[in-house]
Design a protein around this ligand. Structure first.
Ligand code: SF4
Length: 362
């Protein structure tokens, strides 16, 4: 964990998950089901729990959806956030039903008496609130400095909460533009000690979403800004979680358990490497939680040019060449491996490492 540069913030508890200060940066996602369809929503949340999702948000667009929260909650394990727009009574119902956090959009719940009712309930149920500013719904002011408009909208809403003695707040300032998003969070970081939920919004399909989120979220994390995150993409929620975790691992803020190093392949590669790497990843994925101190590095390299070097630097490595692979362990050449046995050999070696780690912890 290279988080010594982390911005100092308050800590906000979302049930048993801390956001801010020294707490691990949590990964969030949002269900893509109709929240009122309890079975479908629970199924999706459980799937996301298995992928490593720490906090889940559901859309609450009517009273049936708010009532469904009471039925969903006992069947899931991670904290649940109710996403509220326009109608403050939905926030009240969601909290009655056990929502662990509320997300409000300052652009569409503005009446002081509605804000007061929500804050009174949030205090009563000990529920924090994310003020989720979105560039699409901030009031545009003269001159159209979007960063200024976004940060001002956030400041005004925070001031309205604090005036009423409420400070269990997480802030987000999302836009579809990477630079504007980064600049908005940077500017806000100078103005408040509230924890931040990071995200670039409406990023599109997986490829573009991955690039935009990695740059936007990754740049802020490297500056020590950010306490929880969501990758938003037009696609499966599971992808959002996987990409979120990969971003954290890439900036050294989450131990991925097992790190697979694979060469990009080129004309020298005599092995169908990509499907093999996918198979290895799938097979090793369930073992990743056993490597808690540091990630186990597994290298799969396609030829003898760079292959042996990379394979030697990894904990376990295969360098392919002349129809066979050379197996390396902790830098030492062990033996040659045939294509047919490659997957099983790698799996067995990782299991051996796992046993060695477990006995050293015992
Ligand atoms: Fe090409 Fe070999 Fe490098 Fe893989 S390791 S990209 S096959 S040169």
């Amino acid at each position: 964990m290279q988080d010594n540069l982390r911005r100092k913030t308050r800590t906000v508890m979302v049930r048993d998950v801390a956001i801010g200060s020294d707490a691990p940066i949590s990964v969030q996602s949002m269900t893509k089901t109709d929240t009122a369809d309890v079975n479908a929503t629970v199924r999706q949340i459980r799937q996301l729990e298995r992928c490593g999702c720490d906090i889940i948000r559901v859309a609450v667009l009517n009273h049936n959806a708010a009532l469904a929260i009471g039925k969903i909650k006992p069947r899931i394990h991670i904290p649940l956030v109710a996403d509220i727009h326009f109608d403050h009574t939905l926030a009240l119902r969601a909290m009655e039903q056990g929502a662990d956090k509320i997300r409000l959009n300052p652009g569409n719940i503005r009446k002081p008496q509605h804000i007061e009712a929500i804050l009174a309930a949030a205090r009563h149920y000990r529920v924090p609130i994310r003020i989720g500013v979105n560039s699409g719904s901030v009031p545009r002011r003269r001159g159209h400095d979007l960063v200024r408009d976004i940060t001002r909208a956030a400041q005004e809403y925070v001031a309205a909460f604090r005036k009423r003695g409420f400070d269990q707040i997480v802030l987000s300032l999302k836009t579809p533009d990477v630079r504007t998003t980064i600049e908005s969070y940077r500017r806000m970081a100078e103005l408040t000690d509230l924890p931040f939920h990071l995200g670039v919004t409406a990023t599109g399909l997986a490829e573009q979403a991955t690039v935009k989120s990695s740059i936007g979220i990754g740049a802020l994390l490297l500056e020590g800004i950010g306490d929880t995150l969501r990758v938003s993409l037009s696609g499966e929620a599971r992808e959002e979680v996987r990409i979120g975790l990969a971003i954290l691992a890439a900036v050294g803020l989450r131990n991925p358990g097992i790190e697979i190093i694979a060469c990009p392949t080129c004309g020298r590669c005599s092995l169908d490497l990509v499907p093999l790497v996918k198979q290895v990843e799938r097979r090793l994925w369930p073992l990743r939680q056993h490597f808690t101190r540091r990630p186990l590095r597994v290298a799969i390299m396609g030829c003898v040019v760079n292959g042996p070097g990379e394979a030697q630097d990894a904990d376990i490595g295969i360098a392919w060449g002349k129809g066979r692979g050379i197996l390396f362990k902790q830098g030492k050449k062990m033996r040659t491996v045939n294509k047919d046995e490659l997957l099983d050999v790698l799996y067995a070696e990782v299991r051996n490492e796992m046993d060695a780690v477990s006995s050293s912890h015992a």
